[in-house]
Ligand binder design. Structure first.
Ligand SMILES: Cc1cc2nc3c(=O)[nH]c(=O)nc-3n(C[C@H](O)[C@H](O)[C@H](O)COP(=O)(O)O)c2cc1C
Length: 436
């Protein structure tokens, strides 16, 4: 099974930075990230992943001041380039938004990272869900969900064409003939679409992986269709085996329409995990963190994904129906998930304490966590996992010390690297050059 991990500096729990064992300066400490990436590599993780939103909030600062997610962090590609120099095998994935950037920049950045890392780059294609970010890029608010995905499709198409500007081996660097590259092996892009017009060529040779790996995490219907068409790794977020199996079958089922075999895409199920020697100990760690969630933070995090202002509402009563929007424009899938929990009659406090964007933190012994992973992997719910740890670096170290050896004993996780590229290690084919 493939193992990936999403790293927020002090951990994925919203109150992780408040925990006595956390290092609050982590987010601006390159040495800290370097140690973490090396730890993940020792643990045979295939992918070290940095999520991103290109914005700092400018309102509700009293609540945001208590919740430093994406606050004071390095730009992902810059960070990953530094980590490439500190590691040898682990894949390096980062987010770049198709709603704000230009294909040429993104193609160039990820091609550079793939060369710098010797074939370990992966791009998480997101349409973003943040009006603060929109305002940094000349927009008042985000375009509608469907329009963002339409732009994303064209964006990825252009980026992939740019990555195929040069055939493999186009750069001869031949002193004898005096030819640095073979002119016959350049295939310029002539793209004219609704969103982009690109007439030119990338100034970087074809990358070690042929093309960097494409990641996607869209969970809405539109997001899934897009993933089925273009993605090679998909981050899923379902909390039950049945939901995981449904998502897996649905996504793989859509691929044939796009002429792709199911094995060209690996589903990595989101798995927030707390491992300890006893179930009680794992539960205690979780509850210690939960008790640190400030009500303003709980309210704000839920309100963000519900696209609703929850301020002033009593914590121990359900959200009044008039505060709940009829539809969503940001992360549609998360919105639907919250609606499902609201229908169960939970109070505002119960909602924010339970809400994990579709996932549910598994708290257990190494055996329990390994059993869970084996079950999902062998019953058609996952090709691997996107692991998040509530507290870092401790949570990752515990997992690597206690769960990885158990998974290796079961023959589920490799003991040796299969190769030097991310594609080789997760079992994705190197794409051949497509002439345009
Ligand atoms: C593991 C994981 C990582 C994600 N990383 C980002 C990110 O870095 N930036 C971002 O804007 N959205 C990120 N998302 C959100 C997805 O791109 C997507 O918006 C979300 O899953 C909802 O799907 P939908 O947009 O199709 O409704 C992530 C989702 C998951 C599950």
């Amino acid at each position: 099974m493939a193992l990936a991990t999403l790293v927020h500096p002090t951990g994925s729990h919203p109150a992780s930075w408040l925990h006595p064992s956390a290092y609050p300066g982590a987010s601006m400490d390159i040495g800290y990230y370097r140690d973490m990436a090396r730890l993940a590599e020792r643990g045979m993780f295939d992918l070290f992943f940095i999520a991103d939103t290109p914005a700092a909030r400018t309102s509700q600062l009293e609540a945001y001041a208590r919740f430093p997610l994406f606050m004071n962090v390095f730009e992902p590609l810059t960070l990953l380039a530094a980590l490439a120099g500190a590691t040898t095998y682990i894949g390096l994935g980062g987010t770049a938004s198709t709603s704000f950037f230009e294909p040429y920049n993104v193609a160039r950045q990820f091609a550079s990272l793939d060369h710098i890392s010797g074939g370990r780059a992966a791009w998480n294609v997101v349409t973003s869900a943040n009006d603060f970010a929109a305002r940094n890029f000349g927009l008042d608010r985000l375009p509608p969900h469907g329009d963002r995905y339409e732009r994303a499709r064209e964006f990825v198409d252009v980026v992939r064409k740019l990555w195929d500007t040069w055939e493999d081996g186009a750069f001869l660097r031949d002193r004898e003939s005096g030819l640095f590259f073979d002119p016959a092996k350049q295939h310029p892009v002539a793209h004219e679409g609704r969103h982009f017009r690109v007439n030119g060529a990338l100034n970087i040779e074809r990358v070690p992986q042929g093309q960097p790996v494409i990641i996607q995490a869209g969970a809405s219907d539109t997001g899934r269709e897009f993933a089925a068409e273009t993605a090679e790794l998909v981050f899923a977020s379902d909390s039950t085996l049945e939901a995981g199996q449904r998502f897996y079958a649905d996504l793989k089922g859509r691929m044939a329409r796009h002429g792709r075999p199911p094995e060209a895409l690996k589903v990595l199920a989101g798995l927030p995990a707390i491992v300890a020697d006893s179930e009680q100990e794992a539960e205690d760690t979780y509850q210690t963190l939960q008790a640190l969630i400030h009500p303003d933070v709980g309210r704000m995090r839920l309100g963000m994904d519900l696209e609703a202002d929850l301020s002033g509402l009593p914590l121990d009563e359900p959200i009044p129906p008039e505060r709940i929007p009829a539809s969503a424009n940001l992360h549609k899938a998360y919105f639907e998930h919250i609606l499902g929990m609201i229908r169960e009659g939970l109070t505002l406090r119960q909602l924010y304490m339970r809400y994990e964007r579709g996932n549910r933190t598994i708290r257990g012994t190494p055996k329990q966590v390994a059993d869970h992973m084996e079950e999902w992997f062998t019953s058609g719910a996952a090709d691997g996992f996107m692991l998040t740890f509530s507290l870092l670096p401790r949570g990752m170290a515990d997992f690597i010390e206690k769960v990885v050896p158990e998974l290796q004993r079961r023959g589920l996780v490799k003991r040796e690297w299969r190769g030097r590229t991310l594609r080789e290690n997760v079992g994705l084919e190197r794409p051949g050059h497509r002439r345009q």
